[in-house]
Design a protein around this ligand. Structure first.
Ligand code: HEC
Ligand code: HEC
Length: 211
């Protein structure tokens, strides 16, 4: 398992243009909610112009539930969800900007950033997502049919970059090691997953057309 810092270094290097815009963004965010398109352009330097995500592990925002996105931003702002990249960005956003950006990205057409790099793992991942395993409930039993998401609590997971899925599940596992997870949460699910199950699920979910 890679330490989180190496992931951050990798993503920061890839999003260098975006990262260098962060101080300027604080001024942009001081403007009114009508500037959502300008704000969204900054987000697009890392998340893709239409919020489609990137194979390096920056998540797709396009088509995601708006309340889920707004909630994720407020968690970053509060520091309850850790991300060296997103916490300072969210800290500069008002509640109004968060909901405007969340609505903006939820309305973008879903495009998938990249093909899976591990096609041989796809059948095992499909099995896990649809039918589960002895240690796991099917992913889609919570994340909705085809992993499209249901409501504000269960995000769409189909069509996310494999690296994002892997990084996120590792993060949930770290959380599970620090405190006993509540049953029925993603932290509890992640704690049960083997590394090969994580890789297989990520390969399947990252397929184009999976969204
Ligand atoms: C410098 C690159 C960068 C910029 C700029 C950026 N993001 Fe992010 N964003 C990331 C990365 C990397 C993650 C994954 C963080 C994690 O889960 O640890 C992320 C995660 C998120 C998430 C969580 C998505 C999910 O499904 O869990 C949301 C929402 C989000 N960003 C919204 C935004 C918005 C809105 C903006 C513009 C105001 C923005 N981001 C700007 C890199 C960036
Ligand atoms: C018991 C219900 C449940 C099951 C089963 C479940 N999940 Fe989740 N999952 C959740 C919830 C709830 C969240 C939102 C957690 C949060 O926001 O902190 C989540 C979040 C996620 C995320 C982060 C998405 C994002 O955009 O940030 C990924 C990736 C994920 N799940 C993958 C999976 C995979 C792969 C499986 C199957 C092996 C699975 N989940 C099974 C409940 C579940």
């Amino acid at each position: 398992m890679k330490p989180a810092s190496s992931n951050i270094a990798r993503i920061t290097a890839i999003c260098i243009a975006g990262a260098s815009l962060i101080p300027a963004s604080r001024m942009i965010y001081a403007q009114s909610a009508a500037s959502v398109r300008t704000d969204a352009k900054l987000c697009g330097t890392c998340h893709g112009t239409r919020g489609e995500g990137t194979p390096a592990g920056v998540p797709r925002l396009a088509g995601q539930n708006a309340d889920y996105l707004a909630h994720a931003l407020s968690l970053f702002k509060a520091g309850t969800r850790k991300s060296a990249i997103m916490q300072p960005i969210a800290a500069g956003l008002s509640e109004a900007q968060m909901s405007a950006l969340a609505v903006h990205f939820s309305q973008q057409e879903v495009r998938v950033a990249g093909a899976t790099s591990s096609p041989l793992l796809v059948p095992a991942g499909k099995q896990l997502a649809e039918a589960g395993a002895t240690n796991l409930a099917p992913c889609f039993s919570c994340h909705g049919a085809k992993g499209q998401g249901t409501g504000a609590r269960f995000p769409g997971i189909a069509g996310q970059p494999a690296q994002f899925v892997i990084d996120r599940i590792h993060e949930f596992q770290t959380r599970a090691r620090n405190a006993v997870p509540k049953p029925g949460t993603m932290t509890a699910v992640a704690a049960m997953m083997s590394e090969s199950q994580i890789q297989a699920a990520a390969a399947y979910l990252s397929q184009p057309g999976g969204a």
